[in-house]
Design a protein around this ligand. Sequence first.
Ligand code: SF4
Ligand code: SF4
Length: 180
Amino acid sequence: MSLNEINNVIVKTEIAKGKSVVPILQNICRWSRTYKKIDVLVKNSNAAFSHVISAYYAGIGTIGDSHNLITKEFGPGVRIVSVLTDAPIEPDPKLEKNLCIHCKKCLRSCPSQYFKEVKGSIYDMDKVKCTEYHVKLKNEHHWPCGICANICPIGDDLKIYRKVKDVTLKGIKHCQAFGS
Ligand code: SF4
Ligand code: SF4
């Protein structure tokens, strides 16, 4: 079941209980597996809602210097959908400790160098240029980038992969050039 389908089940369940709900699905560019709609974000990169910020306030993780949501369990390796509701749900507390360790790996690894350091804050990021890079990759029939998420050292799940020896320099350079 996809995340949007799970969102749909939650919405139907809450409506059946008489609650008000507003489903917020994944980004439009992810509606097709080939990211065909990603050009929309180049033309208009503004969003009325942020899954990342809502997930932070929901206590799921913190916001890394890369602007990605970072969770203890999976680092930035998460996908999010949201449901706005008046259902009386016990809130989780926001995480007090920032999970980002400011290691700068995302800053250094971004193939297009769209991050800029800002003292005392998360990096400044040119989101339009980042998206244009995704469009370039898509037009070359590659998967979108995501290196800033892939390179992040946070996440308990990485303990398994750290034992894997077959990550090669050639493979890393390929991912940096082609996104995946
Ligand atoms: S997705 Fe790729 S291009 Fe965009 S900020 Fe992350 S590393 Fe840079
Ligand atoms: S790669 Fe390092 S600096 Fe970037 S978000 Fe992850 S922990 Fe923070």
